[in-house]
Design a protein around this ligand. Structure first.
Ligand code: ZN
Length: 273
């Protein structure tokens, strides 16, 4: 019931006109794909269930979501428990969820990497702030090489509290042009330099969740729209307001409506047909 109330507050009442604008702006026939969402529990107390996620997707007309663990208090050494929660959600709702697994690069990750890949997980999520690592840490560079080798997409948190993004990441992206990389929160504080540096690397996508309005505007003004993919970061963001944020930024930056199906769906869906 709390879920229904949350969703109503985001799409009804004072927000009704904002939500109508969003609904009208989404081109007909577009199956919205959320490239960044979490299922499980976080050390900060946030939680999200598979059913809660599905209720939110249905209410906002979102068709599929990439889902992965939070910074889970039960992650222990290898993240296997939280990864299993995500896998179970996917098995119950294979048409709604695209499952990514999460790892801690500081710990011995080979076994859990192998187990998740064998199981059929479709991508890897890394969080340099929560797991306290730099993007040029040799263990991270090795992990990104392993992902490239088996063509496994990787989403890296490049948002709040990040100090170094482009400079430590660039050598790996240059060494592995095949690496399919999603920059979670679109490299935020370094968005302009990321846009410039990664322009010639078509396998690097910029994901839009939980970013300041000015950064989203800069993203839409400086990156080819074919490189932008929408995300919510549920349970930190929500679908209605993150959809509003990217669509408003795109409009303000003069992105043609013809590019919106790509941003909302097609740019990321081609990785997960
Ligand atoms: Zn997130």
């Amino acid at each position: 019931m709390e879920t229904a109330h949350d969703i109503e507050a985001l799409t009804g009442g004072a927000m009704a006109s904002v939500w109508s604008w969003v609904e009208a702006k989404i081109p007909a026939g577009v199956e919205v794909f959320d490239a960044h969402a979490h299922i499980g529990a976080d050390v900060d107390g946030r939680t999200m269930t598979a059913d809660g996620m599905r209720d939110r997707m249905e209410a906002a007309g979102v068709k599929r979501s990439i889902v992965f663990p939070l910074n889970d208090p039960n992650a222990r050494d290898d993240y296997s428990g939280p990864n299993d929660v995500v896998w179970n959600a996917y098995e119950e709702h294979p048409s709604s969820f695209v499952p990514f697994f999460r790892l801690n690069p500081h710990l011995d990750y080979d076994r859990e990497f192998g187990r998740c890949v064998e199981r059929g997980f479709m991508g890897l999520k890394l969080h340099p702030v929560s797991q306290k690592f730099e993007l040029d840490d040799p263990r991270v560079v090795r992990l990104l090489g392993m992902a490239t080798e088996i063509d496994l997409p990787v989403l890296i948190h490049t948002g709040f509290a990040m100090q170094r993004i482009v400079e430590p990441l660039l050598p790996t992206v240059e060494a592995h042009p095949g690496l399919r990389l999603i920059l979670g929160h679109c490299a935020m504080v370094e968005v302009l330099s990321a846009a410039r540096v990664f322009e010639g690397h078509p396998n690097v996508l910029f994901e839009t969740s939980v970013v300041q309005a000015k950064d989203l505007y800069e993203l839409c003004s400086s990156v080819d729209p074919s490189r932008i993919c929408y995300g919510s970061d549920i349970p930190y963001g929500d679908l209605p307001s993150t959809l509003h944020a990217i669509l408003a930024a795109a409009e303000a930056a003069g992105v043609p409506d013809a590019d919106l199906p790509g941003i909302l769906s097609k740019n990321i869906t081609r990785w997960f047909p």
